[in-house]
Design a protein around this ligand. Structure first.
Ligand code: DI6
Ligand code: FE
Length: 406
């Protein structure tokens, strides 16, 4: 028995196959069988190789359009209630993000709106946001909890994230971020709260709700010692860790995360040289979030050249959240990664495909190569550098996720 194949032909393929370069294939074709890429290469070779033949059940002419791997947004806080536009106004009137957080606003205000929302309301608002990203070529998203901040509401948010993965044509990875902020009922008792977060993890894992564990290690988050306890609990369950590290200050969070062989450290505006070296040695991905840096008007930038020199792979993600990055566009983040952080357009696209997948521990996507997932986006563009060059508007024309056109 052979798999019925779909032939997608007449494309300019941006395969990203190999350690550098776009991996461009002119006059390219993709053969898709089930949810996998069965064959990728130039049309002329396909005709010669005989990989085509009678198994092809349908043909799709792409009219010479540019085709990239489906985009991977490896850092989002997509599930929450409410919005924080008034906080944006307050910041424009002189308050700082940290002041607002310390006064009980910030993450805590979203926590209250999230707890007050029903599961269906949380699903509906997150699905609407997800569809916006999907329309711009996103085929995989990581979604964190972190606005429930008690056992039931954290589990509820992770459940909503899993439901998004089932009901939308989107690959979803969930990350448990109970250690995002201290909820009011634990005021003055952060160590007790961390103990509670560690206690919830086994049940979340048993319910199939968690792929990785994250924490916010910073002045308005948790200390390195508290973060270590969360990591130890994750490690005991065999769950990989990630960290919101060095966003507002240097806590040596990256060094700690590297000790636990973290999949990624994210933000990193205040990353030290020791942090860079530790990440390089551990093979930890640096997830750059230029939208948060832009929206908070941070003037300290992540040490991109040092990361590059040390060979630390750099991902680019949206950090979509209501407080520090209410964006609906991963493509805009590619542009910002170049203009604000000086990534090259190729680094930016790899960051939101190949390297984004690595930051999630996924090795089956992010490249157009036979055997990997048939996740790809078709763009009304002529060169891949245009993906990071333009901002605003949506040149994405078609998306295939898991072999199926959306
Ligand atoms: N850093 C961030 O940028 C988000 N979480 C975090 O730890 C912001 C979350 C928020 O303000 O709601
Ligand atoms: Fe974040």
């Amino acid at each position: 028995m052979t798999t019925p194949l779909h032939l997608w032909r007449n494309a300019r393929l941006v395969t990203l196959d190999g350690p550098r370069g776009w991996g461009l294939v002119e006059g390219g074709a993709l053969l898709v069988g089930g949810d996998r890429l069965h064959w990728v290469g130039p049309m002329a070779e396909l005709n010669r190789s005989g990989s085509a033949g009678p198994d092809i059940v349908a043909e799709h002419d792409l009219g010479g359009a540019l085709v990239t791997p489906g985009l991977v947004d490896c850092h989002t806080h997509l599930v929450y209630g409410g919005q924080r536009a008034q906080e944006f106004e307050a910041r424009l009137n002189g308050a700082s993000y940290e002041d607002i957080a310390k006064a009980g606003g910030g993450i805590r205000s979203t926590m209250a709106a999230t707890r007050a929302a029903s599961g269906d309301e949380l699903f509906a608002s997150a699905a609407q946001r997800a569809r916006g990203f999907m329309a711009e070529g996103v085929t995989t998203m990581e979604i964190k909890s972190g606005y429930g901040l008690n056992e039931a509401d954290e589990a509820r948010c992770l459940t909503v994230a899993r439901r998004l993965g089932r009901e939308l044509s989107l690959g979803v990875r969930t990350t448990s971020l109970g250690a995002h902020a201290l909820p009011p009922e634990f005021e003055g008792r952060p160590d007790d709260y961390i103990a509670a977060v560690c206690r919830w993890l086994p049940a979340q894992q048993a319910a199939g709700l968690v792929d990785a564990v994250d924490a916010f290690c910073d002045r308005i988050g948790f200390t390195p010692a508290q973060t270590r306890r969360v990591f130890e609990a994750a490690q005991a369950l065999g769950l990989p860790v990630k960290l919101h590290a060095e966003q507002l200050s240097d806590q040596q969070g990256a060094v700690l995360a590297a000790e636990f062989k973290a999949l990624s450290c994210d933000h990193l505006e205040h990353l030290s040289p020791a942090g860079v070296q530790a990440m390089a040695a551990a093979g930890t991905v640096a997830v750059l979030l230029p939208g948060a840096c832009y929206f908070l008007r941070d003037t300290t930038l992540p040490p991109v050249q040092a990361l590059r020199d040390a060979g630390v792979p750099m991902a680019v993600a949206s950090d979509h959240n209501p407080g520090s990055c209410p964006t609906g566009s991963l493509r805009l983040m590619l542009n910002m990664a170049c203009t604000l952080f000086r990534l090259t357009p190729e680094e930016a696209l790899r960051g939101a495909t190949t390297v984004g997948a690595l930051a999630l521990g996924l090795h089956d996507r992010g490249v157009l190569r036979a055997g990997l997932r048939a996740d790809f986006a078709v763009w009304d563009l002529s060169h891949p550098s245009e993906l990071a060059y333009g901002f605003g508007g949506n040149p994405c024309r078609r998306v295939v996720a898991g072999g199926v056109e959306r």
